[in-house]
Design a protein around this ligand. Structure first.
Ligand SMILES: [Fe+2]
Length: 197
């Protein structure tokens, strides 16, 4: 089965230009396209000559999760801007955050701090339904560093392509502030509501 590029209706954002969003959506489309291409090629090579193509297939399979991560993380990311900025309103989500972090701002600060780590990647808020707690993590590239199988509540892209156009190579902190300014917390609430608890 091939994956389809999802379409996102993103309003004018405050501090993240339409041009930057457009370029970024183009990169997302590339991940979808490459995931499908890697999948097809690996399948063909295995079918043609599994033993003879073993090394090529191994590298493709390593590459495949990178492409998948890039595809899926960007889908989490862009969905967070749809319908524009919305405040936190859901009491169960807010209660769960406050039970663990005291204040919502403390959680935001942790996500921000992880986002400002050196190097490209993603600052990600996960929820662990077993332990009933949130975890903030950093995924280098797209596929590494994840907490295995934990569902994602928030995905903040901090690759340079996310902010270079608007803020320059040293503008990550300003971009992170713009990200939170435009965040639709309703999307996060819906994700949290769908978690098994
Ligand atoms: Fe990105």
């Amino acid at each position: 089965m091939t994956y389809e590029e999802k379409k996102f209706i993103i309003p004018e954002l405050d501090g993240i230009s339409a041009k930057s969003v457009e370029e970024h959506l183009g990169l997302y489309a590339g991940y979808v396209k490459n995931f499908n291409a890697v999948t097809a090629l690996a399948g063909k090579l295995m079918k043609d000559d599994a033993a003879g193509n073993a090394l090529a297939v191994a590298e493709l399979m390593r590459r495949r999760s990178f492409e998948f991560g890039g595809m899926r993380l960007h889908e989490y990311y862009f969905a967070q801007f749809e319908d524009g900025a919305k405040p936190l309103t859901d009491t169960s989500f807010e209660s769960a955050i406050k039970a663990q972090y005291g204040e919502v701002e403390n959680l935001i600060q942790e996500v921000r701090q992880v986002a400002l780590m050196r190097g490209p990647g993603w600052s990600i808020l996960y929820y662990d339904p077993q332990a009933k707690q949130f975890l903030v993590g950093f995924s280098e590239e797209q596929h590494q560093g994840h907490f295995v199988a934990l569902p994602i509540i928030l995905a903040l892209d901090v690759w340079e392509h996310a902010f270079l156009l608007d803020y320059g190579a040293q503008g990550k902190a300003k971009y992170v502030e713009a990200f939170f300014k435009n965040l639709n917390w309703g999307v996060l609430e819906a994700r949290f509501a769908s978690m098994p608890r």
